[in-house]
Write a protein that binds this ligand. Structure first.
Ligand SMILES: [Zn+2]
Length: 315
């Protein structure tokens, strides 16, 4: 499976900062050492082009980001201090999702080892999100006539408010967000389908709800490409999550999503989104699960379909 990654996804932050930036290199190292990502699979993104970012974000916001002139309130809302490296990192990660989406359209399945920054709106960022990588990728691919309909499956524990707002009037983009109802953001935007969950929800109830909604979505909507935001913050012990998904439940979740996309023959791009386990190592371990399941599923599909290496993921 081809994966986008850049060493500069990592951005040094003050040690007291709550964002686990170390999870990016830790996830990369983990996938490399498990041979889940090989040299030939790697895509190293450049910084996203401004013309591409302008398809989603306002000129004013992009200029302020580039020049470091966002005011203190706007930076507090993002929650990460401005630096030239932050601006570069945000553009690398956005391009990583776009490159992974292009790879998924060719291969059936691909991933970005970052991305899923779903709290970014056209004119502001919030909740550790600067640019909305998934929205940018959708708009670029629509502009280039590489896709028309996209489905966003957002299972980060926080509602995908930026993504919902961006595509509120676009019936070609189905935004599905399953999130903690009482969790951040306090003011939720309207996705095509929002499923708000009670605090403390565990595996069986979570997975049953997910399966029911995935079945209903695929019965009524045929996307050219699926964007999966595989946030691991619904897992028990997460600093912000408030849900009780077990590690095994997370594995079942990843399999359910990938099997649903694969069985409907829909190309899928994985982004990692949020995760705030007690240590960055544990966060990376949880993020790795969707890659483990993706590679296992592709291997199984190839076994079943000896004449194609795409198997069930053939677009
Ligand atoms: Zn989150």
């Amino acid at each position: 499976m081809r994966c986008a990654y850049h060493a500069d996804y990592f951005l040094p932050l003050p040690t007291s900062h709550p964002f686990p930036m170390a999870k990016y290199p830790l996830l990369y190292e983990r996938l490399r050492s498990a041979a889940l990502v090989r040299d030939a699979d790697l895509i190293e993104p450049a910084e996203a082009a401004l013309d591409d970012l302008r398809l989603v974000h306002t000129d004013t916001y992009l200029e302020q980001l580039a020049s470091g002139t966002l005011d203190a309130a706007a930076m507090r809302r993002i929650g990460v201090p401005w630096s030239a490296a932050l601006w570069r990192r945000s553009r690398l990660a956005a391009q990583g999702t776009l490159e992974a989406a292009r790879a998924a359209l060719r291969d059936g399945l691909a991933a970005n080892l970052a991305g899923g920054t779903h709290h970014a709106f056209p004119g502001h960022g919030e909740g550790f999100c600067v640019l909305n990588d998934v929205a940018v990728a959708i708009r670029v691919l629509q502009r280039d006539r590489l896709l028309r309909r996209a489905l966003v499956i957002d299972l980060d524990v926080h509602q995908g408010n930026g993504t919902a707002a961006i595509f509120a009037d676009d019936s070609d983009v189905f935004t599905f967000s399953m999130h903690g109802e009482r969790n951040y953001p306090t003011r939720k935007m309207r996705s095509t389908l929002d499923v708000g969950l009670a605090d403390g929800l565990g595996d069986d109830a979570y997975l049953a709800l997910l399966q029911r909604h995935l079945d209903a979505i695929f019965a009524g909507f045929t996307p050219d490409l699926v964007f999966y935001l595989a946030g691991v913050d619904p897992v028990e012990g997460d600093r912000y999550g408030r849900l009780q998904l077990s590690k095994h439940g997370l594995r079942r979740r990843e399999r359910s999503v990938l099997e649903a996309c694969g069985s409907h023959g829909r190309p899928t791009v994985i982004t990692i989104a949020g995760g705030y386990a007690p240590t960055p190592e544990r966060t990376a371990e949880l993020h790795a699960i969707v890659f483990e399941e993706a590679v296992a599923l592709r291997a199984a599909a190839t076994d079943h379909c000896p004449h194609t290496d795409l198997g069930a993921f053939e677009p």
